[in-house]
Design a protein around this ligand. Sequence first.
Ligand code: SAH
Length: 286
Amino acid sequence: MAVVNGKHIPRKRFGQHFLINEHIADRIVESASIEPDDTVLEIGPGKGILTERLIGLARTVIAVEIDRDLSALLRSRFGRDERFRLIESDILTLDPDELFRDVSSRIKVVSNIPYNISAPIIEFLIRNRAHIAEAVIMVQKEVAERFLADPGSKKYGLTTLNLALCARGRKIMEVKPGAFKPEPKVMSTVISLVLTEQYHYPLVSETVFRTLTGIAFRQRRKMLRNTLIPFFVSNGITKQQALDILLSAGIDPKSRPESVDVSDFVKICNAFATQHSGSTAAESRQ
Ligand code: SAH
């Protein structure tokens, strides 16, 4: 039982840390600049500290809550308001077509998300960016740093790159553990991600991008010539051609992946994709 004497006992497995600081709740919602026509998706509304503010501003608030006791509480608090739509479900198992049905323009996500599933939630946002214009979310500080890292920083990596392809991120504020009940062990950061449907760079293949950046960062201390060139060669390209891929993209083969920015990774990928299709075409002619 998660309700004792009418009180909800937080469930660890659902990453429940409820925001109790009203001032921070105000600032999160303000930073989303909700317009009267907006539809807002809130993932994990909990007891509704953000929800109550969002309902006053948006046309519709779609709230997805996995915990049935909290869902019952939310229903009794907001259920009579026609601007409130509650989906009692796991956000990660929802069919997006069903979720975004009836939504004509791109929506905003405002949420203090469950930290234990922040990676799949970010993937969800990226995958559904045709429906999502912006996300103002509270995440663990460490995670926010990885999203917003600049090349050269220790936090710069695959997460940064995947997001940089289709999002512009900015930090809104840091939040201390004392703003929540129960208190998390970590610092939190509110960030805004503005998502674009089109990639910011002319990437020819997302699969190549993911494979190549994965190989480069799996051994992030190694120079690219020691990770990418063997990979290119194992794909039927000569050593010289492999080197030329890096040089034609303007990359020093001695550089390490953490110093290469997203647009340069895109250049390497595109040069490889062109070479590779050339060499497979040559192979098939033989
Ligand atoms: N937004 C609230 C609650 C944050 S705690 C506040 O700021 O106070 C995280 C919330 O996400 C909890 O309500 C938890 O039950 C919910 N949650 C956890 N996993 C979820 C999932 N997979 N789908 C939907 N909600 C989830």
